[in-house]
Design a protein around this ligand. Structure first.
Ligand SMILES: [Zn+2]
Length: 226
């Protein structure tokens, strides 16, 4: 079993990757992540259509933080974004044991010992990205409703909408937050592909209704994957 100290010393590789679950350190050897002030944050967030993705940020006074698991110290939330595709199987960036999903959500954090995300990318322990795989199923997932309503209001690039942090409540499910995850040292998936990211990918997908996902697929024509 690897400790967080040992994981921090693993050689980084380019991301994304096809993950063989058995070959990564998993929950069985690691503590759960600790999420602070995400869905229970008083601040409002902004959801922006960047022309490439839907991009969510929160007002800064009390930014959410994660710690625990493979991380040493605290990491500060910077932004959340999505990767989608035209079908239900290729939208994800990571493939777990050969299984693809409709979409993948990334929560990007930087190490609190650095001043900003920009400063942190120069360091191997600079970023921590939490990834959720989204699985399209027939039944809608009500905890995604606030988010989907927000997406429907930003159909055009540069449009944005204010959303409360409560729209992140879909993350707050016992089976997800205390479920197993795989972790590896990797890189940004966009240029300059710096190897500065501790990736943490939850194994259990979050279910989203196909109709809800259709609201997201509105963007497929303008989306490039980042
Ligand atoms: Zn991403």
């Amino acid at each position: 079993m690897l400790t967080a100290e040992q994981i921090s010393k693993l050689r980084a590789s380019q991301s994304p990757i096809a993950i063989a679950v058995q070959r990564c350190p998993t929950w069985s050897s690691l503590e759960p992540l600790v999420f602070k002030r995400y869905w229970d944050n008083e601040s409002n967030g902004v959801l922006l259509n960047t022309g490439q993705t839907a991009y969510f940020t929160l007002d800064s006074p009390s930014r959410p933080r994660i710690s625990g698991g493979p991380l040493i110290g605290e990491y500060i939330f910077e932004q959340m974004h999505f990767h989608w595709s035209v079908d239900d199987f290729t939208g994800c960036e990571h493939v777990l044991d050969g299984h693809g999903y409709a979409a993948e959500c990334h929560l990007v954090h930087y190490n609190s010992k650095y001043e900003s995300l920009e400063a942190a990318v120069a360091h191997a322990d600079g970023l921590a990205v939490v990834g959720y795989l989204l699985e399209a199923v027939d039944a809608p997932n009500p905890s995604f409703d606030m988010f989907v309503e927000g997406l429907e209001q930003i159909k055009k690039p540069e449009h944005s909408v204010v959303l409360s942090a409560e729209s992140l409540a879909w993350m707050n499910r016992e089976d997800v937050t205390s479920g197993s995850y795989v972790t590896y040292k990797g890189s940004l998936t966009t240029p300059p592909y710096t190897e500065c990211v501790t990736w943490i990918i939850y194994e259990k997908p979050v279910q989203i209704g196909t109709e809800q996902e259709d609201a997201q697929i509105i963007y497929q024509n303008v989306l490039n994957y980042i």
